[in-house]
Each structure stands twice: as C-alpha cells, then as structure tokens.
Design a protein around this ligand. Structure first.
Ligand SMILES: [Zn+2]
Ligand SMILES: [Zn+2]
Length: 545
C-alpha cells in the first residue's frame, strides 16, 4: 500500500510543479506504514479518513486499493510515461523534477536516450542544465549502468513473497519457496529465485505467463521472467520428490554447491543434508563452504535473542515519530530497554540538538518513560565526530548521557589514513560507547569513506567500545565480511536500527541477518543482554569516564 502511494507521489512530481500534492501522497504512505490496526477494518468503518496524514484524496485511493487491489489513478499516471522512466533516478543528482523536464522537453525516458542527448549537445542547451551539468550527467549514466538491475534485499523479499501469493493460486503447484541470494539474505540482489514443486511442469510453465512478463525457458526445468517491469525472476521447477535437494542446489552460492558435491534426492532440505552426511548449514551461511567443513559451527543469533535496542531518533532531530511513539512502539515489540539518541548540534541538516533543545528532549523523555515502565529508557546521543576527531559535544554535556554513539556524517573525502586517525581520536574520548555506521556507506547509492578496519577493531577491543551493526537495509554497515576479524580482538557488537520512525524498528531484523551472515552467536551482541546487565555496563563505563 505504501509503495503504491509512493509511486503515485513520484509520478505527480514528474509532472506537477506544485510539490504539496506529491507530499500529500508521501505523507499518506508513511501514515499507512505506521498503522497497527487492521487496514480492511479501518476502511470498512470509514475511520481511515481520521488517520493522521490521510486526507480525502489519499483516503479514497487507500479505500480503492483495499477493495480492489488496484488504483485507477495510478494506472492513468503510468500510461502517461514509458515504463522504466524511473531508471533515470539511478543517475546521481537527477531528481524527479529534472526527469520530468527531460521527458517533456526532449522525450528522454531511458539511460540510452539520456546519454545520447548529453553527447550531442541537446542537454547542454536545455534551460536549467548547461554544459557542466551535461558532463556530470554523462558520468552519472556510467555510474547508473554499473548498478543496473540491482536491488536492496527487502525489495527482493517483497517481490518474492508477492509472487508466492500468486503461485499459491495455481493448483498444480504443491509448494513454493524463495531460494537463491534472497534466501541467503544477501544485502544486494540481482534476481529472485523461486523453487516450485509440481508433477505437471508444462502446465505450470504455461500458467507462469500470467504472473510475470517476458517469460522464457532457460532449460528443461528453469524459466526466467520479469516482475514489476524491472526485476529478473528465475523459476526452478522440481518434482516433489526432489524438492529438498533442489532447495540445496538453488539456495547456495556456486562455491557452496560445488563443495557440497553430489546432492542426494530428498523431499525436504533437512533430509538432503542428512542423506549426504553433512551438517545442516543455515541459508545465510551458504556463501562459502566454511561451515560445511567446520568441526564446530556457531549457534547463530536470532531476532528472539534481542532484548533491547539503541540508536533511535525522534522528531527532536530528523525522526518522523515523537518520543512517546518511539517508546511505546519499542515496548510493544517486547524489548526490555530502548536507547534514544538524536543527532548532535553539528548535524544541522538533520536537526541536531543544541543545549536548549537537548534539555527539552530530556525533559520529555523523563515525562514519557513512566508510561512505558517497566521498560527502561536510556538517554543517549548520536554525536558527530568532527573533522579533527573531537566529539561534537564537550565533556560536560557528554557526561549527562547513559551512552554515546560516535558517528561520522561529514567530510567523507578524507584519505584512509586521515579518516582512520579521525575515528581513533574520537575513540579516545572516554564518553564514547558505540561507533555508529562504521563506513557511512549507502548501498547502491554511495560508497562509504575508507577506514583501516584492523586499527579500529584493535582500539575498540582495547577500550571496550562497541561497534554498531547498523540494520538499516540501505546501510548494513559494518559489512558482514569484516566482522569476523574483530572477534579475535575482543570486540562486542550491537545491532542497532538507526530508526527514524516506528516502522524502521524492522531494521533490527535486517541487522540480525548481517550478524547471522557473519556467523555471530548471541554472546557477541551487546543487546542480547538483559536490562540489568546492560545498565550495569553503561554505569560502570560512565564512572570510569
Ligand atoms: Zn548517523
Ligand atoms: Zn542515526
């Protein structure tokens, strides 16, 4: 529902010079995301129109979507533009407004057309563009090509689940599971793999044509199609007696499957491992053959091991929900504690808090925490690491917090040496508890800055500073590939959502997948500890500071 409303907003922004119309749909999308009650009932009773953020026009669309699953308005908007026009968004610095102008003035709706217009001078002549912009866009097209048809993991999961629902209506399919990189919880995916159990592959193949576009047969039992006009989908058909063995074959990376060797015929995946006399390896750990051959395998952390969370923003800085909303949503998730951490003053673009605002925020937390007892509320900050490695707040202010997340949000262009020194200096500040998003990367959007992991991990281990596993699906930072080398140095991690809204607490799930991919058991994760232990740890650290 939210995705549809966002899509409408994007189309409006292409064509409509008045931004508030698009904003209204975006607002409605966020409102829908945060609805806990049953949407069907809200529509049935008409209460949907009372939800904050939903107006008359947007409410009607929600109603239509609930009743029919479709929006005629969106269909009309889609018909006005060629499919794939939003691919242009992959070009850095090209926003919807500019894309709208490019389409209406020059008919540009694809990367190829954009590249041609940048080369032959048409772009440079367009008002508001100029030769310099044309040159930048040319570079941007190259960048966008490199990232073509890659998607963030949650997009793949959602596409896969939507397809499974449709597959459930085909009688000849006995079972359907998502496999491949999505099942391995790989952070960026190129396609969605679905394994289908059927005794009638030919009939199923014919019916798949109604589910995806451009269906082609790759080999006897494999078909490829396109979902949502952009995403490759691979359908692997298998007889029910082979379903388990095919789960193994289509889930693992090439390295894993080759190391596995001959896969015995089996109905279930567990059986396939058992018949092959191999230890069961969790899907997230099937990137390499490491666990197949290991004597001792880690007991992987699960989301149920998580007992609390840190790194939560509110409307005091750039969050979208109030202190009260963020606290009660944390309580509703069953957590024993939550750590609020708005931005510090240097992060002016994110509404960083000066001293006055900080006092107001602390007072509000003090008022609100009673309502969520016995859940414990920790006071923290996500404080900027300044260019010279000093913390954005001085010692007096920092000493008021229960915990301090030190993050870099500026001057990403420093050399690796400078950046590493900057971070190491921040880690000398005795108030620092966590390092936030270690490299500042945004998946498919920007590379992070570069730091020397080993030196950071070494110091973190020595000083008992925890490294955050930022669970925001756009970040997933620190990368799971680097985690293992921190363990020998005694580093403890914390899975943090970096939540800017109630729904972004879901980042705890994606963050947990990162920890699982790294092979972490609960003992390496700070927020698997109970509230008393956590409180004691933070108090002791503070006393030493
Ligand atoms: Zn941050
Ligand atoms: Zn943050």
């Amino acid at each position: 529902m939210a995705r549809t409303l966002d899509e409408i907003a994007r189309y409006i922004e292409l064509s409509d010079p008045k931004p508030f119309r698009a904003r209204a749909f975006e607002k409605a999308a966020r409102a829908v995301e945060n609805i806990d009650d049953d949407l069907d009932q809200l529509v049935e009773s008409g209460a949907i129109y009372d939800v904050d953020g939903i107006g008359k026009a947007t409410g009607q669309i929600v109603e239509e979507l609930v009743r029919t699953g479709e929006s005629r308005y969106l269909d009309e908007l889609r018909a006005q533009y060629p499919p794939g026009i939003f691919d242009l968004l992959r070009v850095p610095r090209l926003g919807l407004k500019k894309i709208g102008i490019l389409f209406s003035e020059l008919g540009i709706a694809s990367l190829d057309e954009l590249e041609a217009a940048a080369r032959d001078g048409r772009l440079a002549k367009l008002s508001g563009f100029g030769p310099k912009t044309a040159e930048q866009i040319l570079k941007g097209v190259e960048f966008a090509r490199m990232r073509e048809s890659q998607f963030l993991l949650p997009v793949g999961i959602e596409a896969g689940e939507t397809l499974r629902e449709k597959l459930a209506e085909i009688d000849e399919i006995e079972d359907a599971e998502i496999t491949g990189s999505v099942r391995r919880r790989f952070e960026v995916i190129r396609n969605v793999n679905l394994l289908l159990a059927t005794k009638k592959p030919d009939t199923v193949a014919r019916k798949l044509e109604g589910i995806v576009a451009d269906l082609v047969q790759l080999d006897e039992m494999t078909y490829k199609g396109v979902a949502r006009g952009e995403m490759d989908v691979l359908f692997h058909l298998a007889s029910p007696t082979d379903f388990g063995s095919e789960m193994v074959r289509t889930t693992g990376s090439r390295e894993f499957v080759e190391a596995f060797g001959r896969i015995p015929k089996a109905r279930t995946e567990k059986d396939a491992f058992r018949f092959a006399k191999k230890p069961f390896v969790e899907p997230e750990r099937r990137e390499t053959a490491e666990d197949l051959n290991a004597k001792k395998r880690p007991k992987l952390i699960t989301i149920d091991d998580i007992r609390g969370t840190f790194h939560v923003h509110t409307t005091y800085s750039d969050g979208r929900n109030s202190v009260s909303d963020m606290l009660s949503a944390a309580r509703d998730r069953g957590w024993e504690y939550v750590g609020i951490s708005d931005h510090s003053q240097a992060a002016y673009y994110a509404g960083g808090l000066n001293e006055t605002r900080l006092r107001q925020q602390q007072a509000e937390i003090a008022r609100e925490e009673k309502n969520v007892a016995p859940m414990r509320v920790f006071r923290g900050t996500e404080a900027d690491i300044l260019n010279d490695g000093r913390m954005d707040y001085g010692p007096e202010i920092l000493s008021r917090f229960d915990f301090v997340i030190a993050s870099i949000h500026s001057n990403f262009k420093m050399s690796q040496d400078e950046m590493t020194d900057r971070m190491l200096r921040a880690m000398d500040d005795p108030a620092v508890t966590f390092i936030g998003h270690l490299t500042g990367r945004k998946l498919l959007a920007r590379e992070g800055y570069s730091v020397e992991y080993d030196r950071i991990f070494e110091k973190a281990g020595q000083r008992g500073i925890m490294i955050e596993i930022n669970g925001n699906p756009n970040r997933l930072d620190v990368d799971w590939r680097h985690i293992k080398r921190a363990l020998d140095r005694g580093v403890v991690f914390s899975i943090n959502p970096d939540a800017h809204s109630v729904s972004e607490y879901n980042a705890m799930i994606t963050g947990t997948w990162v920890a699982r991919k790294a092979g972490l058991s609960p003992k390496y994760i700070f927020n698997t500890r109970g509230v008393d232990e956590v409180e004691e740890f933070l108090r002791e650290r503070k006393a030493r500071a």
